[in-house]
Design a protein around this ligand. Sequence first.
Ligand code: A3P
Length: 321
Amino acid sequence: MAEVQSESNHNGGVLEGGGDESFVPKAEGFWVLYQGCWLRAPAVQSVKIVQEQFKARPDDILLVTYPKCGTTWLKALAFAVTNRFRHAATSADHPLLTQHPQDLVPFLEMPYRQLHPLADLEKLPSPRLLSTHLPDTLLPPCVATLGCRVVYLCRSPKDVLVSLWHFLYKVNKNYSIDKAFELFCKGESSYGPIWEHNLGFWKESISNNDRVLFLKYDEMMAQPVEHVKMLAEFVRVPFTEEEIRCGVVEDVVQLCSFDTLKSMPANSSGVSDRIGGVPMENSSFFRTAKVGDWANHLTVEMAGKLDDIVEEKLRGSDLAF
Ligand code: A3P
């Protein structure tokens, strides 16, 4: 097992042990580099546990995202699609009407696995719908060798940065957009660098498109019906002609739409600790869902700099935002 490598080029890197203190960058040096990926210190232990103990099943479906790329939406869509035979999207008692989408699909590495043993995941019936923010390099090898299907959702890095900043600012009012930008441009952000995260799954989706479905948030926003059909096909529960004719796909899209989910009491009120020691408002996962909202928060110079960095990092890959 590779050792945790603490950051060397930061001034006075602070590697906290857990809880609210460590959730948000406060000064310089907030994450640890573990096998090439920036993680919060308490996350490292969890990732090790997942790497060493997670037992994948061949029919597991993994929803993989970099934070703030639309995880909540993807969880809702995948849940609605795969459970539609038990819960019609129009049913008055659909679980998405009363439960937060984040709680309907468990994370591999969260809540931190020291507190919540992986045995919780063992109890789930197959086929399991699971989610993770881990890059492909940190996923346990059994996920690939057993052929587990991966649905990967990415998003324009500028919108990710802004969404992430808003999210973290809620728990630390000292966390400026300038600081968030500076670190993000260096690839430093939980599960970063984002370009490495995107590239790993992009390459896998090209070499193995039966195993990895690569989706983009902006395209999904523009054509949700087409994407939901694609998703259903990929997870081996394609919509039938009859379902399509009856508008079942549109029903799923409507149920999982930002406006519908945001208005649900389970999503608009209350506080939950999904990470371990960091209670967050349930509404934190629903902000504006606007493509291009970065323009309201980044200067033209900032946007240009981040675009240049991302373009350079992705050069030669055919992946672009
Ligand atoms: P913004 O902050 O740009 O509004 P994650 O779920 O990975 O944490 O990502 C959160 C982002 O997805 C937020 O973006 C949030 O508003 C947006 N989002 C949440 N639910 C959504 C939905 N049903 N449809 C589209 N976007 C959604």
